[in-house]
Write a protein that binds this ligand. Sequence first.
Ligand code: 13P
Length: 351
Amino acid sequence: MTAQLEATALAIVAGGKGILAADESSGTIKKRFDTIGAESTEDNRRDYREMLFRASDAMSKYISGVILFDETLRQKAKDGTPLAKVIADTGAIPGIKVDTGAKELAGCAGEKITEGLDGLRERFAEYYELGARFAKWRAVITIGDHIPSRTCIAANAHALARYAALAQEANIVPIVEPEVLMDGPHDIARCFEVTQAALDALYGELTTQRVHLEGTILKPNMVLSGTACAAQASVDEVAEQSVKCLKRVVPEAVPGICFLSGGQSDEAATAHLSAMNAMFNTPWRLSFSYGRALQARNEDMGWAGKPSECRSSILRKRYRFGPISFYGIFGRRLSFRSHQESQADPHRSDI
Ligand code: 13P
């Protein structure tokens, strides 16, 4: 069983590939559809996501896994093929978001705890039958005056670890996501401090709950200046602080780290990850698990009535950001991993 978990985790971070997070809840996808004047019906959600997964040449080159919302894992494409099979046919692994959302944490004003543990063992068994081989649980940590509290960090780390243990019991790789939000006026040093505390608590709990770290993936935030901070850190500084923070607390046993974009633009998220891979050799593979950074412009440029070839080329361009950032070749930057090294990498995908 651990062998299958390890193989799945490694496949998720195979060179240059990363995860497409298409698991927006019904409320979130409705807000996105509202911005392009599309109605959020079950069929429209299916059509939009089918479009993302049918960009099969780009999917097979650049995307290793797709995180789905419960509804999508049960949906069939227009031609009757289950969407999970459409994804698997491109070589990507279907995954499932299993938390039921972040709710107010009792006794801790302004803080949240993620729910969804009740009945999770039974849900995992069903998700495995439906084709999911990895899962996601997102904890939300807010930086503000006097927060996060230790209570919030500890409660979320505990829930993440209990989820991870149940996932592995079902032969499903848990992606553990303790997201420190980028909203607020805090500086990058404060983000570093909170991210380190959240990850430290998480790895303590994962060990306590007997989670097999080699069969997990970490999905963290990057270490960034708050969105309202007057002094915005440079790309190199974000790369340095993110890797420094991760090196302090993430065990080498973890095979891969797939960053969330967290509301960064597609270009910023790509530049930051590219800089990390260009500047540092790390014990874990550094890749992406982007939602907004892969889809934000697809909704207005790609979906609303454009011909399919156009949609496909937009998606190919966007999905291609993965290998560009993996090999550290975004923008002005030349790779620290030399071109020859990347050519020789057995995990390399065709850029
Ligand atoms: P973003 O990349 O838009 O932050 O979404 C990733 C995700 O799955 C958050 O849980």
